[in-house]
Design a protein. Structure first.
Length: 132
């Protein structure tokens, strides 16, 4: 059970903490760091566990799917909120009413195409699990 809310400050701090490491989704749907750290400190493990829903949502939003536009996490610099939106939708005004443009939150995925979209899903769907 995670205790930390996935707000924008936590997301930005997490992305700054991982440095040059990449994120990858395992077969069981959990997001892990590549290369894995030798020892994960308790606070870092708690942050990683707290951001699992956000990272999974960002992965499936950006994953390459036929005829489906990607959704990316965008942040509003005025109200400090984030939301998953397509590029076209991100150009609209934020709900807070600011005229500032939203900024893209770049997530470093392990295997991506030239558009930074995950291309090789490493997860099993329910249909694949039921056929085994």
């Amino acid at each position: 059970m995670s205790l930390l809310a996935p707000d924008l400050d936590l997301i930005e701090n997490f992305l700054a903490m991982i440095g040059d490491r990449k994120l990858r989704m395992r077969n069981d749907g959990k997001i892990v760091l590549i290369p894995p750290p030798a020892v994960m400190k308790p606070l870092a493990a708690e942050i990683m566990e707290s951001l699992q829903p956000f990272l999974q949502h960002a992965y499936f939003g950006a994953a390459v799917r036929p005829r489906v536009p990607p959704s990316w996490p965008w942040k509003c610099p005025a109200c400090r909120s984030w939301s998953m939106q397509t590029v076209q939708r991100s150009k609209t005004r934020c709900y807070c009413g600011t005229k500032l443009k939203r900024e893209l939150i770049v997530i470093p995925w392990y295997s991506t195409n030239h558009h930074r979209r995950p291309t090789k899903p490493h997860y099993r769907t329910m249909k694949q699990e039921n056929t085994k």
